[in-house]
Design a protein. Sequence first.
Length: 264
Amino acid sequence: MKIPKAAPERAVSRQDLLTVAEVATLITATRDGKPAPRQKNGRRQPHTKDTPKRPEAARMMQVVVGAGLRISEIAGLRVQDVDTLRRTITVNGQVAPGGARWVPVPKTEKSHRTIPVAEETILVIAEQLREHPQLDRSGPVFPYRGTSRSVKDRVWHDRASLGSVMRAVIAAHGLREVGWHDLRHFYASALIAAGSPASEVQAAMGHAKASTTLDIYTHLWPKADARIRDAAAGVLDLVRAEKGQNGEITASDDLTGDDSCAVQ
């Protein structure tokens, strides 16, 4: 069974990227919910309702931030896909529309991948399984607990159910309009900021082609001018070390004498 593809990801500008503060606010708002405005007698104001606490959805957001999973991949994350000892998450499948069933990703594509994750991401998953034990290792880490009856005995989230959670939280708290894919972009930008080359980002994100990674994120890597300046600065540091100098190299430095490397 094929999963309909999401809309192609467009190039992400620096202005579009979520900040650390925005990510923290979104996760906290999802976890804690928001009570509706109250009247003096303590009752809710007319035509308002409480925004429920969603600790599981908040944990899902944390895992996406820590592993860069697509929305269908976090929905389809199974207990057996998490290796707590090696601290890895293996993307083996995703969820069909409607949460009907889990389906494997084609192993010939880059979508099938093993992602190294931080200890904090493993602890988030451990907390989820501690509160909601899943005896079936082929079952979801984050099972669907809604009331939709579109699928009998539904146990999987899907793009629609998770999208509705995100929209509800944003509307209730007046946050910037973002989606689950923005958390994925945040993860990619963190990899790039940490110095990961395009090939590593491609592998972690599960892009089929390197060109896809570059089309979306190329402007987030340091510009060529900056790399050249940094490299040149490194060369001068080597020269200073060789000459035993601590200060800057000046015109008075003997760089054109017999030991010069200039082309004659």
